[in-house]
Design a protein around this ligand. Structure first.
Ligand code: ZN
Length: 337
């Protein structure tokens, strides 16, 4: 009797421990799940390879994966050297997403890399497959959830976030459907939604559509928020809970970025900011992959400029480490109402 009691006690302790382990938050990289604490300094919006040919013609046969690997690797090694630990690769399906290539590059460069699920509707829907125009939000969500549950194509590699794209201005019916599909996928998977968006009008439409589907603005990254020149809109969106992604940084943009970040700081909203270059990439169809913009300017120019302008190391870490760690955690974020 006593022995049975001990057995049951040990069994229940084991259950508590393993349940606890199961509920620990993770971030999904192309090499599998990692603890958010291991994410480190993160560039939240970059590209390794992009093919602009269009959804009707895009295929992995259009480039040599080995050539791309050897072209891109030195850039990833350089940014790793500059202090970066994780790179979020934002190229969606039908625009050159290649999880196997990212997996190889991640192992060789020792950078964590995240890939995505979802479809890109901006640029006149050139990157949407035909079926995406006709299927319902539920059908699209089922495809994206399947990538989360079973891996992308035959690779077994899982997405670490949802990437969609919408055109500037008020959302079309088709793009509203993409947002609804992203909401349904989020509710099932806990993957955050990064949406290529222009100025604020589209972003507020997206937040509205997500909330109508029961998803909190916390699950939404307003990608390319720097396109909005009225900085009050950044504040308004951040106060609603959205992540504000200033992700087009290059040398000539220091003054604008310092201004936008000072505005966020004076409103005590640095805890909603993500920073990146939207740089790279191997341009499929161009000799040698064309002109490759490196991933280092944030480290070599923007962060030093922020320090000169009174930003503390803690504030920089907030944007480069803490915010990505919160944003990319797999966690369902529902509206409270
Ligand atoms: Zn991009």
């Amino acid at each position: 009797m006593k022995r049975k009691f001990i057995f049951l006690t040990v069994l229940s302790i084991f259950c508590v421990l393993s349940c606890d382990r199961a509920s620990k938050p993770v971030i999904m990289t192309v090499n599998g799940p990692i603890s958010p604490a291991d994410l480190g300094v993160t560039l939240t919006h970059e590209h390794v390879l992009v093919d602009f040919i269009g959804a009707d013609s895009v295929t992995a046969d259009r480039y040599n994966a080995d050539s791309v690997f050897f072209t891109v690797l030195p850039h990833l090694e350089q940014v790793h050297e500059a202090g970066c630990h994780t790179l979020v690769e934002c190229t969606p399906a039908y625009l050159g997403r290649d999880p196997s290539l990212l997996h190889r590059l991640s192992l060789a460069s020792r950078l964590h890399i995240l890939t995505n699920t979802g479809y890109y509707g901006a640029m006149n829907n050139k990157y949407l497959p035909e079926y995406a125009k006709n299927e319902t939000a539920e059908q699209l969500a089922r495809r994206w959830i399947d990538e989360w549950e079973n891996g992308i194509d035959e690779t077994g590699i899982k997405p670490g976030f949802i990437k969609i794209g919408v055109a500037s201005g008020s959302l079309s019916e088709l793009h509203r459907k993409l947002v609804r599909a992203a909401a349904l996928t989020h509710l099932k998977t806990g993957l955050i939604i990064a949406a290529h968006t222009g100025p604020a009008e589209g972003a507020f439409d997206e937040i509205d559509e997500l909330q109508k589907s029961g998803v909190s603005a916390n699950a939404f990254i307003w990608v390319h928020a720097q396109a909005e020149k009225n900085y009050e809109k950044h504040i308004e969106a951040a106060k609603s809970g959205a992540w504000i992604s200033f992700d087009g940084y290059y040398s000539g943009k220091t003054e604008q970025y310092v201004e936008m970040l000072q505005n966020m700081k004076s409103n005590r909203l640095l805890s909603r900011v993500l920073l990146s270059h939207d740089a790279g990439w191997y341009h499929v169809g161009e000799p040698g992959g064309g002109n490759f913009r490196n991933y280092e300017s944030v480290f070599k120019e923007l962060l030093p400029a922020l320090t000169e302008n009174g930003f503390s190391q803690q504030e920089i870490d907030q944007m480069m480490v803490e915010n990505p760690k919160q944003a990319f955690q797999i966690r369902v974020r529902k509206t409270t109402q």
